[in-house]
Ligand binder design. Structure first.
Ligand code: SF4
Length: 232
């Protein structure tokens, strides 16, 4: 009984989510999958236990922040800091901290033991997100702090601001925004279908119907409808 009630709570939360602007977490992601999110293309819904795992990640972030807030060696200038409002992208860094000399943007990521063990350097997608925080906050240094969800071990990486990378990511958002506004579905990513993003992609089925390069969203929708009729 409780399982059904709790599952429903999580599944209802993800229904009818409309995306109108980019999130920092979209940085460096497959542009086609971000396009599909904006257009509310049919997708494989996430299972309730995966959604609960995201909540668990938030809980771990709070535990880490509690220890930093009690520390005398680090000053938490602000936590859950939203980037300055503008039309293109929104996001919220876990914290801005200071060691008394310099400011750092802190981004906390949690993962299972297997991924944590293999982590010799920070993940590219996490660096992308941090670079955008550094760009918007005008802070030259950031820290990626990884937490092993299974045993609470930590790994940290200091990241310097890379202006060229941040501007490249903003330009990518700009060009994707143009495609969204003009209904042009972006190309599949290089590495399709074996890339890890494809393996976990909720839009795999819609993506497979389309062409590999840029294409009209209208044409893809017609192809989707044709395929559904053939199935019926
Ligand atoms: S299956 Fe791969 S290429 Fe297609 S939308 Fe998903 S991530 Fe992008």
């Amino acid at each position: 009984m409780l399982k059904e009630i709790i599952d429903k709570f999580y599944l209802d939360r993800q229904k009818d989510r409309q995306q109108n602007h980019f999130y920092i977490t979209d940085a460096g992601k497959c542009p086609r999958s971000v396009f599909f999110k904006f257009k509310k293309a049919p997708r494989k819904e996430m299972e309730a236990n995966i959604l609960r795992l995201f909540d668990h990640g938030d809980h771990i972030h709070k535990l880490i922040m509690n220890s930093l807030l009690s520390s005398k060696d680090i000053h938490v200038v602000s936590s859950e800091v939203k980037i300055p409002p503008q039309e293109l992208v929104s996001g919220r860094a876990d914290a801005v901290i200071s060691d008394g000399k310099e400011l750092y943007v802190l981004d906390i990521k949690s993962m299972n033991s297997m991924v944590f063990k293999a982590l010799a350097e920070p993940k590219g997608e996490n660096i992308n997100q941090l670079q955008l925080y550094l760009y918007y906050f005008k802070i030259p240094k950031g820290i990626l702090l990884y937490v092993n969800k299974d045993n609470q071990n930590l790994k940290e990486f200091l990241i310097d601001y890379d202006q060229a990378k941040a501007e490249h990511l903003i330009n990518e958002f700009d060009s994707l925004k143009k495609k969204i506004d003009t209904d042009i579905v972006p190309s599949r990513i290089y590495g399709y279908p074996d890339d890890w993003q494809c393996r976990y992609c909720q839009f795999k089925e819609v993506c497979s119907i389309g062409e590999s390069g840029d294409m009209s969203w209208q044409v893809l929708k017609e192809e989707m409808e044709g395929k559904n009729q053939n199935i019926c």
